[in-house]
Each structure stands twice: as structure tokens, then as C-alpha cells.
Design a protein around this ligand. Structure first.
Ligand code: GLC
Length: 427
């Protein structure tokens, strides 16, 4: 009898434990992990969107925080993916990575067949490799020029349209302000650290000087030319004059830091900077203007680098269904709309540019649409799996030139040689 009681007690306890175990979310719901590095308030909004996803689906999603520097993220992702890492289900990916990481991500084309038509075809194209849609767009980026409205007004200067005008105005205001005691002010800040951001910045310089796009769409190497040399010599002269020497170590966030503390007249950066500059606690709130980047000559168009971020599902994920569902959720119209309203990030869904709530919250956003539509792509499509090396050779040659380590002419000639070797018979 005693034995019977104790047996039934044990089995009761086991059943109770099993009930508890099977009814707990950890069994029925999936734990997903997303690797994401972001700038500004991007991570906070991502967390909010993941919380919404958790409420709807019961899944839990953890973020693996990555550094904001795109090149650092890429290096780490490549290691994880090469090792077949099963801990990370989704990766937030830069627009230029698609050809290099295509084999490691799932093809989302059938899962996303009903939604792709709503996006700008060029963005979908950028994420399509050999017919595989390897990531869904979260937002697009196109670089813009931020300027201090109050300082231009104070010195009766107009918004610069060319690099020469920018140089002159930046120097003038920097000199006057410093003379009147504003010692920390700089004329112009931008991203010139040796990383992917410098590839974007320098591509804008050379493209607007009529010097091509480093490697052209047909795969030919075009970087070693007179105009490219001029463009880099021009930028070299900024370092230590209108830009601080420290610009050689600036990424997006470092340059935004200088700008947002009120210490720059002009800034080259991406749209995410706009709402942050106007935060309640920002010293430059209400003083910020934004326009297209300057061009080399009045009659030539300026060039903005095309950027943007996407969401990809790892082929090593053990929860692919739920991960695809999350990718679609984060790329959805609603999620893009929230990103546009809260962070002024450019939607890749066309109709969102006419959305009254977005226009109300971010009145400048429709103006950025043409900048994005005409933005210049980095040569990731023609150089395929070698893009990262191409970019790294390019930004190194530019960084050397800006630092006074060799002339623009020598550095670009050497770059051409290295790119030719890297290319071999074909990219
Ligand atoms: C921005 C762009 C991205 C680019 C990066 C460079 O995040 O969206 O495409 O590679 O800046 O720093």
C-alpha cells in the first residue's frame, strides 16, 4: 500500500513536471537570435519591433549587438557563417554584402513573392544573386549634407552647391567663429576612417568629379584617372584645414558626435542623423538644415552613395520558418513606416513616400526620395565575391592619400595594379 502511495506520488509529480514543462513557452515558442549593429536609436526601435513580434507569435527574440562599423560587422559575420554557426538565425546586412554572403543565406524569393513588387526594383535587384533573393530590405540610405542654418544666416552665406563653395564657406565660418572665441568649431566633418564608410565618401568625391565608380558595371577598372586624382587632392586639402586631423578616425557616429555637440558647420552623413540632431536634448535642435551633397562643378550633378540595410536568414538556422516570418515582419510596410517616422530612414516600399503620417512626422523625407533614386552604387555587383577586398584596397589608398602617405597619383596607380591582380581574368 505504502509502496503504491509513494509510486503514485512520484508519478503524479512526474506528470505535474511534464505538464509544467510542456505548457511553458520555451517548448512551444522558439527562441530566435538576430545579429544587428546599428547607429543612433536604431537598436531601440528594433527591440520594440521584436517585442511586438514576440507578442504576436509567442517566439522570443534576442539581439546580438554588433559594432556600428559596417566593416567590423562584416568580418565577424563572415567568421560565424563560415563556421556554420547555428546560434544566429537572422543577420542584419549591408546592401553591398549580398554577392559575398549569398551562399550562406536562404533564398527568400518564394516566401516573399507577394511583397517584392511593392519595393523599388533596384533594391530588390541589389539583394538578388543568381536568382536567389537573399535578404529583404529594411530601409535604404543615401548620403546627404547637413548644415547649420543659424551659422549660414549669421554670416550671410548660402547653402553650398559645389565643393569649392563648401570649402570657402566652411573656412570662412570656422575662422570667424574661432576668432570670436568658439575655438572648438570645425568647418566640415565626414567619415574618413579606413573602413567601408570611407569607400562611400570617396566614391561620392570621385563620381562627382566625373571620375567613374572605381570599377564600372562592365567590370573594367577605372580608378586611375586624372579626375579621380583631383578629387582626392581636393579632399586631402580639407584634412587639417576645414576638417580636424581626427577626421581620419571618424566613422558615422564619431562625426555625428562632433556635429551634434555643435562643433561643425557641415556634416556628411546619412538621414538617421536628422531626428537625432533635433532631439530635445540636442544643442543644435532647430538649427539643422539638410540638402544634397555638393558636386565638383555647378553644372554637374552631385553624387550620393547608395546605402541601406536588409535582413537575411542564415541557412544554418534551426528555426527557418519562424526566422523567415520574422524577416518578413521586419521588412513589412508597418515596420518600414515605423522606421521612417521614428528614425527618418528611407523606406524601400514606394507608396510609403506618400504616407501622410510619415510626411507629417518627417516632412523632409519625400525630398530625399530623388537623392536615393539617383544614388551611386558601390561596385559590389560587378566585383561579386571580391567586393570586400576591392573596397578595402580602395579605402586604404584613399586613407593613405588623405593622411599624406603618398600622393593621390601614386596611390591610385598602385591601387589600379592591385585591383588588376585581384581581378585576374575575371571578377
Ligand atoms: C551606412 C549605409 C551602408 C554603408 C555604411 C558605411 O550604414 O547604409 O550601406 O555601408 O553606412 O559606413
Amino acid at each position: 500500500m505504502n509502496m503504491f502511495i509513494s509510486c503514485s506520488k512520484i508519478s503524479y509529480q512526474i506528470i505535474a513536471l511534464l505538464v509544467l514543462f510542456f505548457s511553458s513557452e520555451s517548448v512551444f515558442a522558439t527562441d530566435l537570435t538576430i545579429a544587428s549593429g546599428d547607429t543612433g536609436n536604431g537598436q531601440a526601435l528594433l527591440r520594440k519591433q521584436l517585442d511586438d513580434f514576440e507578442k504576436i507569435t509567442g517566439n522570443k527574440v534576442a539581439i546580438v549587438d554588433m559594432p556600428s562599423n559596417s566593416s567590423d560587422q562584416f568580418a565577424q559575420y563572415r567568421l560565424w557563417l563560415a563556421a556554420g554557426n547555428t546560434d544566429i538565425d537572422l543577420y542584419r546586412t549591408d546592401i553591398v554584402w549580398a554577392p559575398q554572403l549569398a551562399d550562406q543565406f536562404l533564398d527568400l524569393s518564394s516566401a516573399a513573392k507577394d511583397i517584392v513588387a511593392a519595393h523599388f526594383p533596384s533594391v530588390i535587384q541589389s539583394q538578388t544573386v543568381n536568382g536567389k533573393l537573399i535578404a529583404l530590405p529594411l530601409f535604404a540610405d543615401a548620403a546627404v549634407l547637413f548644415y547649420r542654418k543659424d551659422l549660414l544666416e549669421k554670416y550671410q552665406k548660402s547653402v553650398p552647391k559645389t565643393f569649392d563653395e563648401l570649402t570657402e564657406t566652411a573656412q570662412y565660418i570656422q575662422d570667424k567663429e574661432r576668432m570670436s572665441g568658439n575655438k572648438g568649431i570645425n568647418g566640415y566633418v565626414f567619415q574618413a576612417n579606413a573602413y567601408e564608410g570611407l569607400t562611400c565618401t570617396a566614391l561620392e568625391w570621385i563620381k562627382s568629379f566625373g571620375a567613374g565608380q572605381v570599377v564600372e558595371a562592365d567590370g573594367s577598372i577605372s580608378i586611375n584617372n586624372k579626375n579621380a586624382i583631383k578629387a582626392l587632392e581636393n579632399a586631402h586639402d580639407w584634412v587639417g584645414s576645414i576638417a580636424p586631423q581626427g577626421v581620419l578616425g571618424y566613422g558615422e557616429e564619431e562625426s555625428r558626435g562632433v556635429w551634434q555637440t555643435g562643433n561643425a558647420v557641415f556634416l556628411r552623413n546619412w538621414p538617421y542623423v536628422y531626428p537625432l540632431s533635433n532631439n530635445a536634448d540636442s544643442p543644435i535642435r532647430g538649427k539643422v538644415g539638410v540638402t544634397a551633397l555638393p558636386s565638383a562643378h555647378v553644372d554637374e550633378p552631385s553624387a550620393a552613395a547608395l546605402g541601406g540595410w536588409n535582413i537575411a536568414v542564415s541557412r544554418y538556422s534551426q528555426h527557418t520558418q519562424q526566422a523567415i516570418e520574422l524577416a518578413k515582419f521586419l521588412a513589412s510596410k508597418q515596420a518600414q513606416k515605423e522606421r521612417a517616422i521614428a528614425l527618418s530612414l528611407l523606406p524601400t516600399i514606394r507608396t510609403l513616400y506618400d504616407d501622410p503620417q510619415i510626411i507629417d512626422a518627417q516632412p523632409l523625407l519625400p525630398q530625399w526620395k530623388p537623392i536615393f533614386e539617383t544614388a551611386v552604387a558601390r561596385p559590389s555587383a560587378p566585383t561579386k565575391t571580391k567586393y570586400n577586398e576591392v573596397s578595402s584596397l580602395f579605402w586604404s589608398a584613399v586613407h593613405d592619400t588623405l593622411s599624406g602617405n603618398g600622393t593621390a597619383a601614386d596611390n591610385l596607380a598602385r591601387l589600379e595594379e592591385k585591383l588588376t591582380i585581384l581581378k585576374g581574368n575575371a571578377w
